[in-house]
Design a protein around this ligand. Structure first.
Ligand code: IDP
Ligand code: MG
Length: 132
């Protein structure tokens, strides 16, 4: 059984998409096993996105992800990481495949509605950050 961390990002919580998105994930035949609403502080955001710390967009990304409440969830199931990444679509909503969540709801490459862990190893680390 695999687990993945999903975040409903501030742009989606603000637009009242939380329920819609949770339904979409549950429709993937994954089990929701943890859920929490929070506004991340900068320290948590910097730890989560540490891999991007040298990127030009890093400071903006930290400002954005800490700008309002988010919903953190853990989903469990067969190939949870890959199933969720497929359902999310590409990072840039303009390039995301039709029918994916980011294609449908994403606003731009930064405000792209959701986060999903990119590997089983990353998922373990990310779940620890949000569900201590
Ligand atoms: P992912 O969320 O699809 O895994 P990553 O490359 O890991 O994409 O980037 C993490 C997050 O950083 C993205 O979801 C997005 O919010 C933001 N981001 C990525 N690339 C850019 C960019 O070129 N400009 C602004 N924000 C970006
Ligand atoms: Mg990533």
């Amino acid at each position: 059984m695999e687990r993945s961390l999903v975040l409903i990002k501030p742009d989606a919580v603000e637009r009242n998409l939380t329920g819609t998105l949770i339904s979409r994930f549950e429709g993937l035949e994954l089990k929701l096993v943890a859920l929490r609403m929070l506004q991340p502080d900068k320290e948590l955001a910097r730890r989560h996105y540490a891999v991007h710390r040298d990127k030009p967009f890093f400071d903006r990304l930290i400002d954005y992800i800490t700008s309002g409440p988010i919903v953190a969830m853990v989903f469990e199931g067969d190939n949870a990481v890959e199933v969720l990444r497929k359902a999310m679509g590409a990072t840039d909503p303009a390039k995301a495949e039709a029918g994916t969540i980011r294609a449908e709801f994403g606003l731009d490459i930064e405000r792209n509605t959701i986060h999903g862990s990119d590997s089983v190893e990353t998922a373990k680390e990310e779940i620890k950050l949000y569900f201590a």
